[in-house]
Design a protein around this ligand. Structure first.
Ligand code: ADP
Ligand code: MG
Length: 506
């Protein structure tokens, strides 16, 4: 997330096809990526060449740019354009196709068109009148709410957003991957009263978050019908999606936040900390935190999700990079595990996709090795989510990466079966027809995959065993480890207050 694209090389045909998911994931999350794919020799195209596939055409749907250089001479110019396109405006993925016959072509050096690398992305600011309009709307608000999205994290706006929160005394709510832009333990964080904050806010300022499914499209019943939305985004086409904004601030979040700070300083605006809104939010936060605490401290075995996360929270390093995927594992993990630093949490993202966690963990650990040696990556997976790319454990061990994988194992997807119920059901006949399709094999020893490749594996069933395994893995963080935590297969999320709050979203 340093505003340079990631680069991925893939082979032709199936290699390219496997990367399409990654390109789509990058573009949908607004992350810069360049994929360079080999493809069949040009003179064999349409003849059924080895791994022939219409790659440029297929890449078009998932990329900001999908292109084959017309000759070897123009490759530098095409690379420059791809880098620029991936990071300018709304970031996204770009695909460059290199036919096999290019590899052995001879070119005259003097005919190669060298292009210097592009300038860093331009930083645009909002119209002055829009900034002043936004400030006036906010000054009249009785129940304001600031929503921080992952665009704010990407824009490195943490210092200015935090200043704004402190200066104006506003309640804020991070979206899942914006956690840590302002630390979750900041007194103005209302994540524990999320539903209430969204449902009753009369003015919302969006710092780089789309009003998509993650934010219930900005519509009732999650939001007030008359909510006034102040939208900050670098992408003009995003402004006004689903809800007509009361003010639009087109520009880079960090730069626009600075503009807002200046405007509010001029007006000496401070939202009163003793307002009715703050009182209601605080009561709700306290109640919700107590409910989670009650569940976390339950002594019964097998453990529930809240107990597991309670011990993980106490024992993992505060500055670790957290990767989180799974259904309940991700949803409950988001509420139970605080983030204190920006750009340290990766999850299923805008796509809500599973199977990306181990790849994210490997990429994060590789980057951290260079830039923040000693930083540990803690990757918390549901058992089903782990299954999508579990063999990446070999990659983790091959590179000896400081990654701790914790599998919160409920023998299934959403819920599973305990070993006895599984056996009973099998007596009825074929597992394909007798056991629920969401259940996975009970008591699977995923930790043995880690020990198979030389890392440390732990199978734990009690809080004490969990704490011992966590302690050992955090102390010896250089050795990859996997803790397989058996929980109650029927453990669920806290009961939601509203029936429409059953999806894995905010
Ligand atoms: P979240 O998942 O956190 O809700 P989204 O991915 O929906 O966030 O939204 C991120 C938004 O941030 C996108 O609309 C994107 O255009 C915007 N964005 C990305 N980088 C910047 C930036 N530097 N300045 C302003 N907006 C940005
Ligand atoms: Mg599971």
């Amino acid at each position: 997330m340093n505003k340079l694209p990631g680069v991925c090389l893939v082979v032709s045909g199936p290699g390219f096809l496997h990367a399409l998911g990654g390109m789509a994931n990058a573009t949908i999350n607004c992350w810069p990526l360049i994929v360079i794919g080999g493809s069949s020799d040009r003179n064999q195209e349409t003849m059924g060449a080895f791994q022939e596939f219409p790659q440029v055409e297929a890449g078009r749907l998932y990329n900001k740019l999908s292109v084959r250089p017309s000759s070897v001479e123009v490759i530098p110019a095409v690379i420059e354009k791809a880098v620029r396109t991936s990071i300018y405006g709304r970031p996204g993925s770009c695909y460059i196709d290199i036919p096999g016959d290019f590899v052995n072509l001879q070119v005259n050096k003097s005919s190669v068109k060298y292009v210097e690398c592009c300038l860093p992305p331009p930083i645009s600011m909002a119209e002055h009148s829009a900034v002043s309009k936004a400030a006036s709307i906010l000054a009249l608000s009785k129940q304001p709410l600031l929503i921080i999205g992952k665009g704010a994290a990407y824009s490195h706006a943490e210092n200015n957003i935090r200043k704004l929160v402190d200066l104006c005394g506003l309640p804020f709510l991070p979206t899942p991957m914006a956690k840590g832009v302002v630390p979750d333990n900041h007194p103005n964080c209302v994540a524990a009263a999320r539903s209430m904050a969204l449902q009753h806010a009369d003015v919302i300022i969006l710092f780089g978050a789309r009003l998509n499914w993650i934010l219930h499209f900005g519509l009732p019943p999650r939001f007030r019908q008359d909510v006034k939305v102040i939208q900050i985004d670098v992408c003009a086409e995003e402004l006004g999606n689903n809800v007509k904004p009361a003010a639009i601030l087109l520009g880079d979040i960090n730069a626009v936040t600075k503009q807002l700070l200046e405007e509010f300083s001029k007006r000496s605006f401070k939202y009163p900390s003793n307002s009715e809104w703050w009182k209601r939010l605080r009561v709700k936060i306290k109640n919700n935190e107590e409910r989670s605490k009650g569940l976390a401290l339950q002594k019964s075995l097998p453990m529930n999700y809240y107990t597991v996360f309670h011990h993980i929270r106490e024992m993992i390093p505060k500055n670790c990079i957290l990767v989180s995927e799974g259904a309940n594992t991700m949803d409950i993990g988001r509420t139970m595990l605080p983030n204190c630093y920006p750009r340290q949490r990766l999850d299923a993202g805008t796509f809500g996709t599973m199977g990306v966690g181990l790849g994210f963990a490997i990429a994060a650990a590789m980057v951290a090795k260079d830039r923040a040696p000693g930083k540990q990556v803690v990757c918390i997976e549901g058992d089903s989510a782990f299954g999508f790319s579990g063999m990446e454990v070999e990659t983790i061990c091959r590179y000896n990466l400081p990654i701790l994988i914790i599998i919160v194992n409920n023998n299934g997807i959403y819920t599973g079966l305990d070993a006895n119920s599984w056996k009973e059901m099998l007596k009825l006949g074929n597992p394909a027809t007798c056991v629920p399709p969401v259940s996975l094999l009970p008591n699977s020893h995923y930790e043995e995959i880690m020990s198979a490749f030389g890392g440390k594996g732990y199978f734990v069933k009690t809080p004490e065993e969990l704490r011992n395994a966590l302690k050992a893995s955090v102390t010896d963080k250089q050795t990859p480890s996997l803790i397989n935590v058996m929980i109650d297969p029927q453990s669920e999320r806290k009961k939601q207050e509203f029936p429409w709050l059953t999806r894995s979203n905010l």
